[in-house]
Design a binder for this molecule. Structure first.
Ligand SMILES: *Cc1c(COP(=O)(O)O)cnc(C)c1O
Length: 431
C-alpha cells in the first residue's frame, strides 16, 4: 500500500515511512491510495473469527510487506488484548464499550498499535527513536502506556503543571523506564510550542531521531477500524446497525468510514458533536469555517478545526451529496448532555460518560425518524475519568476500577521545567 499526502505536494510513501514521519513534509495528512475490499466470505464468517484474526485481516493490506506476517500478528494480538463488549441499553440502542484498555479510553487501541509498529521499525535501524508528545491529558496517557517498555523507543511527554486531572497525572508520571514526563510551568499551548520548535530544530534532529505520536499518524488512525468489526460480530439484530460516533478530531469516525467502504455492513453513521459544531454546520451549509474551540464537559471533543476533516472529504471523493447519504451530523448542547447522563442512568441503569452521552442522544434523535431501526453508540471513555461531572448528576459515587486503585497509590516522578526552549533541548540532548 502506498500513501499520498492530502496536500498532493509530497512523494508517495509506504506504511513504514508514513508511520515514522507522522505527517507528510507538505503538512498534509497521509491517505491510502485505495481502500481495500474485504471478501464477502470474510464478512459472512466474521462471527466465527477471533479478535486477533479479524484485526490481522483488516490491517494487513495497509501494512503490506513492511512488517512480516508473524510480527504483525503479534502486534495486533498485543493491541487488542482486552474486551470490546456491546452492551444493550434499551430496546433500540446499544453501547460499544471502548474503555476496557489500560487508560480507560478508546485511544489505547491506536496508541498500542502505533507504539509496537515503531518498536518494530526501530529494530531495523541504529539508535533510538524519541517520541515527543504535548498533552492536555488523555492522549499523553494512552501514548505513555502504549509505548511503555517498547525497546528502541524513548517517550518524552510534556504536560502543563496543575492543569491535568489527578488520574491523568498519575497515568503520565508513574510508569518510569522509557517514559519521561516533563511538568511544564505553563499552559498546554506552551508545551505544544516547545514540541513544534524541537521538530524544526536541525541541530537537535542531527543528534536525536525525533517523531510524533500525533493522532493524525496512519498507525494510530487505521487500527481504530478493528472495533467496528467487533461491534458487528456481536450484533444480533435484524439489519445493519446505525453507528453514532462522539467526535472531536474525527479520526475515530473516519476509521469507521474506512471499515464501511471496505465492506463492513453499516446502515448509517452519526457524527455526534458537542457545541463545537464546525462539522454539523458544514453538513447544513456546505461551507467549512473553523472556529476557536469552546470548553464543554465532553472536553476531549473540544476541537474547532478538526484535523481529520480532510480525510472525511477525501473518503467521499469531495462529494457532499454522497457524504449526506452516509452521515448525519448533530451538535448537542451542554444541557442535553447533562440530562442524557441523568436520564439514561435513571431509566435504564446505564451510566454513560459525557462523550458517550453525546453519542447516545444524537443516535436517539436520528432513530426517532427511522421506525424499526436500531443502533449503537461508541462509549469512548469510562465515566470514572469524568467523575467530577457525572457524580453530581446522578448523585451516585462511581466505583473505581481495580487498575485505578493501584495507580493512585503510586509515586509521581516528573522533571519540572520552565517554558524556555533551551531547557527542554538540553533535556533531550542529555537524557
Ligand atoms: C479523543 C476522544 C474523542 C474524540 O475522538 P476523535 O477521534 O478525535 O474524533 C471522544 N471521546 C473521548 C473520550 C476521547 O478521548
Amino acid at each position: 500500500m502506498k500513501y499520498f499526502s492530502t496536500n498532493n505536494k509530497s512523494p508517495l510513501v509506504g506504511f513504514r515511512e508514513a508511520a515514522i514521519k507522522g505527517q507528510a513534509p507538505d503538512r498534509g495528512l497521509y491517505f491510502p491510495e485505495h481502500i481495500p475490499r474485504l471478501s464477502k466470505e470474510f464478512i459472512d464468517s466474521i462471527k466465527s473469527k477471533s479478535k486477533e484474526e479479524v484485526a490481522f485481516e483488516v490491517i494487513k493490506p495497509y501494512v503490506g510487506d513492511d512488517i512480516p506476517e508473524t510480527d504483525l500478528y503479534r502486534i495486533v494480538s498485543e493491541t487488542v488484548n482486552f474486551d470490546f463488549p456491546l452492551v444493550k441499553v434499551n430496546s433500540s440502542i446499544y453501547a460499544l464499550e471502548l474503555f476496557h484498555g489500560p487508560t480507560l479510553a478508546f485511544k489505547d487501541v491506536g496508541a498500542r498499535f502505533m507504539s509496537r509498529c515503531l518498536g518494530y521499525f526501530s529494530k531495523e535501524r541504529e539508535g533510538k527513536v524519541t517520541v515527543l508528545v504535548a498533552t492536555s491529558g488523555d492522549t499523553g496517557s494512552a501514548v505513555a502506556n502504549g509505548f511503555y517498555d517498547v525497546p528502541g523507543v524513548e517517550v518524552v511527554i510534556l504536560y502543563p503543571s496543575g492543569k491535568v486531572s489527578g488520574v491523568q497525572e498519575k497515568q503520565l508520571t508513574t510508569l518510569g523506564k522509557n517514559i519521561h514526563s516533563l511538568e511544564v510551568d505553563g499552559t498546554f499551548d506552551d508545551c505544544q510550542k516547545m514540541v513544534k520548535q524541537a521538530f524544526a530544530d536541525h541541530e537537535l534532529s542531527e543528534k536525536v531521531f525525533l517523531t510524533s505520536a500525533n493522532s493524525i499518524n496512519v498507525a494510530r488512525w487505521l487500527p481504530q477500524q478493528f472495533y467496528y468489526f467487533y461491534a458487528y460480530q456481536q450484533w444480533n439484530e435484524i439489519g445493519a446497525p446505525v453507528i453514532s460516533v462522539p467526535s472531536g478530531n474525527f479520526g475515530n469516525l473516519c476509521s469507521g468510514l474506512v471499515a464501511f467502504i471496505s465492506g463492513l455492513p453499516v446502515k448509517h453513521f452519526i457524527a455526534a458533536c458537542n457545541s463545537n459544531d464546525v462539522v454539523p454546520e458544514f453538513f447544513t451549509s456546505g461551507e467549512y469555517h473553523p472556529k476557536p474551540a469552546k470548553a464543554t464537559m465532553s472536553n476531549a471533543m473540544d476541537v474547532g478545526d478538526p484535523s481529520n476533516f480532510v480525510r472525511m472529504i477525501e473518503l467521499f471523493g469531495k462529494d457532499l451529496t454522497k457524504m449526506r447519504e452516509s452521515i448525519t451530523a448533530y451538535s448537542i448542547t451542554e444541557e442535553e448532555t447533562a440530562s442524557t447522563i441523568r436520564e439514561v442512568y435513571e431509566k435504564f441503569g446505564y451510566l454513560p460518560d459525557p462523550h458517550g452521552a453525546v453519542g447516545y442522544i444524537a443516535l436517539k434523535k436520528y432513530l426517532q425518524g427511522q421506525p424499526g431501526k436500531r443502533g449503537l453508540f461508541l462509549e469512548t471513555a469510562h465515566p470514572i475519568k469524568f467523575y467530577d461531572v457525572v457524580e453530581p448528576l446522578t448523585g451516585k459515587k462511581i466505583e473505581m476500577p481495580a487498575n485505578l486503585t493501584g495507580l493512585m497509590a503510586k509515586q509521581k516522578v516528573s522533571t519540572k521545567i520552565s517554558t524556555y526552549y533551551t531547557e527542554f533541548k538540553n533535556f533531550l540532548l542529555n537524557k
